[in-house]
Design a binder for this molecule. Structure first.
Ligand SMILES: [Zn+2]
Ligand SMILES: [Zn+2]
Length: 257
């Protein structure tokens, strides 16, 4: 990911509260479109304006071509608060984040996230690299808010099951079971995306527990009941894949090497 600085200059007398609110709404709209990622955007007041630091998937992520109508509307909100549209300075590659997928049009996609990832929850099936959400058709009302909410819920469940102190069982069920509310929501989004891009979109089901390695290897696809164990793990992570149901999963983390 790329670290960028946004400079919001005041062009008329600006009330601090109005400027803060307009910048907050603008950053939220960029986030809902996948143009910036993460949750915390360090923002400073400078002489003559404000400065926010954001993480973007690519150097061009903040180009107006990628703006949703919500981003455009939030930009008008900046003007009403006495601020100009921000000037963007690309500061450089952030060291500890995933590199964005190089494909112009990936052959297939995978819904995958974890509590550790701030990048896009949609990955290229070939490179397993995150695909910027603004490059995909909108699955919400013009932006990608529904996908981002699904990702936040998945990450929250993953965090609870990793910490193991509260709600561990319920959280694990949400990310593991085909019929959980979270999986149903995520798969609906994956199916809608697959229709729009006319390519396969796989959905990842987490797997923990089980009674033995042999039994885990015999696990059947929860969608169709078919065999889905792969000879070699796909991307070193997915031991199971059902092309028909467009599901992937891992050998239980309790039994995996
Ligand atoms: Zn790719
Ligand atoms: Zn299946």
């Amino acid at each position: 990911m790329i670290l960028c600085r946004l400079l919001f200059e005041c062009y008329q007398d600006t009330q601090l509260a109005a400027a803060e609110e307009a910048i907050g709404l603008y950053l939220a709209a960029l986030r809902d479109q996948g143009q910036i990622q993460g949750r915390e955007f360090a923002t400073l007041m400078e002489e003559g304006g404000f400065e926010a630091h954001v993480l973007c998937p690519e150097p061009r992520s903040l180009h107006p071509d990628f703006a949703s109508h919500q981003v455009q509307q939030a930009e008008r909100g900046l003007h009403q608060a006495g601020l100009l549209a921000p000037k963007v300075k690309v500061l450089g590659q952030e060291l500890f984040s995933d590199e964005t997928d190089p494909c112009a049009t990936p052959d297939g996609l995978i819904f995958f996230t974890s509590f550790l990832h701030t990048c896009s929850p949609i990955r290229c099936a070939k490179h397993f690299a995150p695909v910027p959400l603004y490059r995909l058709p909108s699955l919400s009302n013009g932006d990608q808010k529904q996908l981002i909410h699904w990702q936040e819920d998945w990450q929250a469940c993953d965090q609870l099951q990793m910490n193991g102190s509260v709600l561990q069982h319920a959280a694990t069920q949400e990310i593991s079971n085909l019929d959980s509310d979270l999986s149903r929501r995520g798969r609906k989004l994956a199916q809608r995306l697959a229709e729009q891009v006319a390519r396969p979109v796989y959905y990842y089901l987490y797997r923990l527990g089980g009674t033995s390695l042999a039994e885990e290897k015999n696990r059947r696809c929860p969608g169709c009941g078919g065999h889905w164990l792969l000879a070699e793990p796909w991307h070193g992570l997915f031991d199971f894949c059902c092309p028909q149901c467009q599901l992937v999963s891992n050998l239980s983390w309790d039994w995996r090497d």
